[in-house]
Write a protein that binds this ligand. Structure first.
Ligand code: 4AZ
Length: 245
């Protein structure tokens, strides 16, 4: 996160650290991406976070990913479902969403709701451009190329498709599966390692997951805001998978 600050414990209880290690190895798991807890056994993340030949786990409830914290919940991923129309070009990532199914620990639960672990809601209404929302993650910052131990957050503004499709911004590489957020003057942005994590907007005290950190031209650059998978565009796809198990 560029232009962010250290988050308070429990401020982003749906925030997931998605971690991998080589399949069958006993090496420690390493953080690769963020994710968003939608239900006890389901996490939403970015399709570009999925790799083959790895074991995956999620860590919930913590702020510091380098320490074992009291409220951490560490849960293996049993199944990863990439969007069927996910596509990466040199410039952009299309339909960059995936669902992760977690291992059942205490039937029927996987993640357990606590002060520090909660699900985020899917919005049943759009948020207008100019709305201030929040991004969070352990990704790269202005000074920490390899990301941070502490979960950071920042406030970003939703940017209209019209503005973001301008030729000097992202032009025609932008489609309806994505939207831009940040600050056209740069400085506040998501970055590598934040991918898959939440962009959340609040309405009447309820937090809704509106975007999934996906891509951008660098981080924090003027006229190059962050690009987020448009969760509203995938509501049917997401609920289909939530209901199928
Ligand atoms: C990345 O490489 C990445 N500034 C994530 C977010 C953004 C750029 C790159 C948005 O995963």
């Amino acid at each position: 996160i560029f232009g962010g600050r250290k988050s308070h414990p429990g401020a982003h209880p749906w925030q997931v650290s998605l971690q991998t290690r080589t399949k069958g190895s006993s090496e420690p798991f390493g953080h690769i991406c963020g994710g968003i807890l939608l239900e006890s056994c389901w996490v939403l993340t970015a399709a570009h976070c999925l790799k083959s030949g790895v074991e995956m786990q999620v860590v919930l409830g913590g702020v510091d990913i380098e320490k074992d914290e009291v409220y951490d919940q560490v849960i293996p991923v049993v199944k990863a479902i990439m969007h069927e129309e996910y596509r990466a070009t040199h410039f952009a990532l299309y339909n960059d969403v995936a669902m992760l199914q977690l291992r059942v620990t205490d039937s029927p639960y996987c993640a357990k709701e606590t002060r520090f672990v909660k699900t985020a809601c899917l919005a049943n209404h759009p948020f207008s451009s100019g709305t201030e929302c929040v991004i969070s993650g352990w990704g790269a910052t202005e000074t920490q190329k390899y990301g941070t131990n502490q979960l950071l957050d920042a406030r970003v503004l939703l940017i209209s498709q019209d503005k973001c499709k301008a030729p000097h911004v992202y032009g025609d590489s932008l489609d309806d599966s994505m939207f831009c957020a940040g600050n056209m003057n740069g400085g506040v942005d998501s970055c590598q390692g934040d991918s898959g994590g939440p962009l959340v907007c609040e309405r009447n005290g309820t937090h809704y997951v509106v975007g999934v950190v996906s891509w951008g031209d660098g981080c924090g650059k003027k006229h190059k805001p962050g690009v987020y998978s448009n969760v509203g565009h995938f509501t049917d796809w997401i609920t289909h998978h939530l209901l199928s198990q």
